[in-house]
Design a protein around this ligand. Structure first.
Ligand SMILES: Cc1cc2nc3c(=O)[nH]c(=O)nc-3n(C[C@H](O)[C@H](O)[C@H](O)COP(=O)(O)O)c2cc1C
Length: 164
């Protein structure tokens, strides 16, 4: 899949089949995140893979998108490791690049994913559930699975609206 095609055809997937996602597939998604660009190449990200049902249940209570989390065979929690911060704005930009890399890798491999940001409303609660070091700040949870039905249409602002 060429990159522009992957970027344009990727959609947020919120419903998944029962099909499992292998560790190998998850590794390749994480690999795409690992290779994201970052300021000074400081690579401020940390990941936690969530498969455990009890953990999923607790995490699902932290978000309105709990149903999606429960439905996904695997989720990846993505953290900013504040112990290695360089410049908060640039570190946050790097986190976005890292997450987008993972979404695109997921899509290109025939799986589907959704970036769950709403969970940050209960960030502290979610971090406690995920038992991560103090310095790790939750940025997003990516729910991953085999898409049940893919909504193919989406829209974006026109190029004219974007040009200054
Ligand atoms: C920072 C961020 C936070 C998001 N949070 C959520 C979320 O909590 N729940 C959800 O279902 N989708 C979430 N999304 C997905 C967006 O709703 C989605 O990307 C947007 O509507 C465009 O649709 P598309 O991804 O299918 O092109 C989030 C996306 C981003 C970039």
């Amino acid at each position: 899949m060429d990159v522009l095609n992957a970027i344009k055809s990727r959609r947020s997937v919120r419903e998944f089949t029962d099909e499992d996602v292998s560790d190998k597939q998850i590794e390749s998604i994480l690999e795409a995140g690992r290779w994201a660009p970052s300021g000074l190449n400081n690579q401020p990200w940390k990941f936690k893979v969530i498969r455990d049902l009890e953990l999923k249940k607790k995490l699902a209570e932290c978000t309105h998108y709990g149903k999606t989390l429960m439905n996904a065979p695997v989720s990846i929690a993505v953290f900013l490791d504040n112990s290695g911060v360089y410049d908060r704005t640039k570190d946050l930009q790097a986190m976005g690049a890292c997450i987008q890399n993972m979404l695109l890798a997921t899509h290109a491999s025939g799986l589907g994913a959704v970036w769950l940001g709403e969970i940050l409303k209960k960030r502290k609660q979610a971090e406690k559930i995920l038992t991560v070091p103090e310095d790790c700040e939750l940025m997003a949870v990516i729910a991953v699975g085999k898409p049940k039905n893919v909504k193919s249409s989406s829209s974006r602002k026109s190029m004219e609206e974007l040009m200054l």
